[in-house]
Design a protein around this ligand. Sequence first.
Ligand code: FAD
Length: 432
Amino acid sequence: MGLAATGAMPKILASQSSEVDVIVVGAGIAGLRAAQTLLSAGRTVQVLEAANRIGGRAFTDNTTLGQPFDLGCSWVNADSNPFLDISKDQGAEILRHSGAGEALFVGNRRANNTERAAYYRAWGAIERSFEKAGEAELDIPSSDIVPEGLEFGATVQTWIGPMDHSVDFEDLSVLDYWEAAEGDPSYIVRDGLGTVVSRWGANVPVSLNTSVTGVNWGSDGVTVSTDSGALKAKACIITVPTGVLNSGAIAFSPALPDRAQGAIANLPMGLLTKVGLQFDGSRFSFVPNQWLTHHVPGDVPGEACFFLTWPFEFDYSVGFLGGAFGWDMARQGDAATIDFALTKFVEMAGSDARKHFVRGTVSGWANDMNTQGAYAAARPGHYDSHDLLAEPIEDKLFFAGEAVAGPYAALCSGAYYSGEAQAKAALGVLKG
Ligand SMILES: Cc1cc2nc3c(=O)[nH]c(=O)nc-3n(C[C@H](O)[C@H](O)[C@H](O)COP(=O)(O)OP(=O)(O)OC[C@H]3O[C@@H](n4cnc5c(N)ncnc54)[C@H](O)[C@@H]3O)c2cc1C
């Protein structure tokens, strides 16, 4: 895929004073795919990106740990995920990660067989509750359907809520879980999925360091204001995260219709934070590419950090924390977040592990003004917001991105599909 494969040559950017067919706001996966689709159809496009790089939430940090560390997406869930083929076409080393082993801990010891059985029973009971409520299409908080009294109930809820959907069960609609596309098989990429995305999108002309501050769609066409001037187009595709939309960083004039405003408000960002913990090569009996889970006391997701150990045999493990606790840690700062993750890791690895710790790093999406969270989750009762926000506004404004990707919401594949779909919708209404 990519422009080279489609045979379309990217158009030279229009000068800032002339009108283009479409302005695309944001150069994450959705924006890049929208631009590719429009350019392939011979349209003029201006992509405006606030950051100094493309990729958005697909970003691999190669510097901090001296090895590829994906700060955002890293799993390619291959239910028709275009990035599986894109990775293969690039010759990237990929690893099938479905069915990875899992070490389960209770405090500082490995769970015994009875505890493991209780853990699997909790998974079964909670999944059956989702099946029943999902088939009944109940758009209600997942906390309303959880069976009580499960010994490992909070541990399973932590996986499904904060870790997978970036929100706790009380903020997770049953339908966001139930309607989500099948995640298996899943793969990880040695160079990092962010690296794959940056290679794939490299041919798209993008104006970096250009923050959009306003979108005027009242008159003929659309005028987009940036911190370095205004631009005019026939249509505009907006791919910024709902965190940015909800912050009011982009002023719409006239105000967006109630339907769109309501949908944005009902698609707030959840939080998943990744914490890279680098060690000196010691493994502490944990094998590469394995999950490391600990018992979470209580009935609801609490203070937890689960891990992926030594991906691709790198010398770091990735801690994951999210939901309300993730936001709380983000407010406390990177040092406190690393300290919490390291404390959890050492509890399971043994106190000796602290001596072998080299450095930590935090993904930091909560405090990134261009994102303001990890990905969107519909407020319970408002699952239809994903579709409502995807509806074009007066054939001029088109919202794209993971938040409007239906069953692929929150995924890199969803961002790709929604960027392509909204570009096709714009092509359908462009005249001349
Ligand atoms: C921690 C984490 C882990 C994840 N793990 C996975 C995973 O394993 N698998 C998976 O499939 N998905 C995963 N995701 C989700 C995936 O990364 C996203 O769904 C996808 O990258 C979103 O792409 P997008 O184009 O919709 O948005 P973005 O990538 O956010 O792109 C939007 C762009 O808009 C720019 N922007 C913002 N404000 C402005 C402005 N005012 N003016 C101009 N530009 C602006 C931003 O800088 C950004 O580049 C993860 C995400 C996170 C945060």
